[in-house]
Write a protein that binds this ligand. Structure first.
Ligand code: TYD
Ligand code: MG
Length: 466
């Protein structure tokens, strides 16, 4: 009697995965030892791990011979074959086109435009290579309706409404597409697990099957994933480790602008941005987005500072706005939209200690215009200049830009590619730049622009009120 459960547990190997960070444990525990999250461990079946041979049969190791040690010089490798998606901004984020056999996860909030973008890309690519759009969320009629609304070429666009991963792979094996879009990973399920679609184990297992198929056959795969409230794709960060590239689709719901950002990319630069504008005919590329993140008002307003950020390989002019106002709360608010909250708190402390400016009794709100997220430290100085400008209710001098990292001891540190940033600002008619000394040209002038080099926060604050 007691035999059967013992037998079962010997056969079915399970593990526990943290839904927050993807760490794996052999036993259940209340708190994740890696990220400290409570109650996030979910049981998964180690179906794929049980048969290591199966993963090795295909393309990667190829032959039946056992793997050998080799110096990298001896290893024959071919240049990555890249195919254009037909959408320049998407190609840019991918690192110059889609690589054969690459698995790309496209994440973002529901309704942000993931399906629209991928349908547009597939429709354009389908003319040149066989592609398959698998939808688990919409019916074929809905997909066709959307394609016709977007006026996409539909002759070569093959679609399949299916959620069972075994069936999808069976269809793929027969149709041999060079590109598969699976929309979305949360709707897919495998027969080998009883868990519900969208659960950690289903998402992980179905993605693993698709990844293995992609590597074995050289098929490129786009996986669509909804972002959870906490910001991770599909809950388990584990998906991010399995795929070659993770692209996030960002944007404010009230704004037409959409930004596609490479969060991880084995075939290109991270943080590369692709910029799109939503329209009734789908997503339109914005190939020259430099100035669209400026608020566009005529006169310089208090609490605003234009910075040059360099996300990926392209400099962008971005406006940082701050509102500093007397707080009725004993614990005044620090709210940052489009940048990291903790960084704002730290910068305000530096502003007090090394700039002599107190904001302890003030609510401080900082917003990056246009719904874009700025992740680099070059935003430090512009944020503080905007805060000071709002606090004093005095606008920065006209046509001024700033960038630079602010250190805890009040020093202004240089940031990469200073000259690129200055050139971009000069191109857009800015006449004055407050920048770290390490980024300033020796002459103090760059293409007709006055460059004020600063070493310390106090100097920068002074320069901003002249
Ligand atoms: P959709 O692509 O379905 O979002 P997701 O797949 O990320 O959930 O887009 C949501 C809605 O917005 C859909 O009804 C179509 C509409 N939409 C446009 O009208 N124009 C656009 O350029 C985009 C991107 C979406
Ligand atoms: Mg969708």
């Amino acid at each position: 009697m007691a035999k059967s459960p013992v037998k079962r547990s010997a056969k079915v190997k399970t593990a526990y995965v943290c839904g927050e960070c993807g760490a794996e444990y052999s036993k259940w525990q209340g708190q994740c030892g890696e990220c400290g999250a409570w109650n996030k461990l979910a049981e998964i079946v180690l179906e794929t791990a049980a048969g290591p041979g199966s993963a090795r049969r295909g393309g990667w190791a190829g032959k039946a011979d056992a793997p050998q040690i080799a110096t990298l010089k001896e290893v024959r490798h071919s240049e990555e074959v890249r195919v254009s998606t037909g959408i320049g901004e998407l190609d840019r984020v991918l690192g110059g086109g889609l690589v054969e056999g690459a698995v790309v996860l496209v994440g973002g909030d529901p309704g942000i435009g993931k399906s629209t973008l991928l349908l547009q890309a597939v429709a354009r690519m389908a003319k040149r290579l066989p592609a398959l759009y698998v939808t688990g969320e919409e019916s074929l009629a809905q997909v066709a309706g959307r394609a016709s609304r977007l006026e996409l070429p539909m002759d070569d666009l093959r679609a399949l409404a299916e959620t069972g991963v075994e069936n999808i792979l069976r269809h793929a094996a027969a149709a041999k597409p060079a590109l598969i879009v699976a929309d979305s990973i949360q709707t897919l399920w495998t027969e080998s697990l009883t868990a519900a679609p969208g659960s950690v184990s289903q998402v992980r297992e179905t993605a693993a099957r698709l990844v293995r198929y992609a590597k074995e056959t050289g098929t490129a795969v786009f996986l669509v994933g909804h972002v959870t409230k906490e910001g991770g794709i599909a809950g388990p960060r584990v998906l991010e480790h399995m795929v070659d590239a993770v692209l996030y689709f960002e944007g404010e719901s009230g704004s037409r602008l959409r930004v596609l950002r490479a969060f991880k990319n084995r075939f290109g630069a991270v943080n590369e941005l692709g910029v799109f504008a939503m329209s009734d005919r789908g997503l339109k590329e914005v190939p020259n987005p430099s100035a669209i993140f400026l608020s566009g008002g005529s006169a310089q307003q208090p609490g605003s500072c234009v910075m040059v950020t360099r996300e990926g390989t392209r400099p962008l002019l971005v406006e940082v706005q701050a509102l500093v106002d007397a707080s009725p709360l004993s614990n005044p608010r620090r709210v940052a939209v489009g940048m990291e909250q903790n960084r704002l708190a730290m910068l305000l402390a530096v502003l007090h200690r090394h700039g002599g400016v107190m904001t302890g009794d003030q609510d401080v709100f900082v917003n990056v215009v246009g719904g874009i997220r700025v992740q680099e430290t070059a935003a430090d100085l512009p944020v503080l200049l905007a805060v000071l400008s709002s606090l004093r209710d005095r606008a920065l001098p006209e046509k001024t830009i700033a960038f630079g990292e602010v250190g805890l001891s009040g020093e202004i540190r240089p940031v990469p590619n200073g000259e690129d940033r200055l050139r971009e600002a000069a191109t857009h008619g800015f006449g004055r730049a407050i920048v770290p000394r390490g980024n300033a040209p020796k002459s103090g002038v760059f293409k007709g622009m006055e460059v004020i080099a600063v070493d310390r926060l106090a100097q920068a604050l002074e320069a901003s009120v002249e």
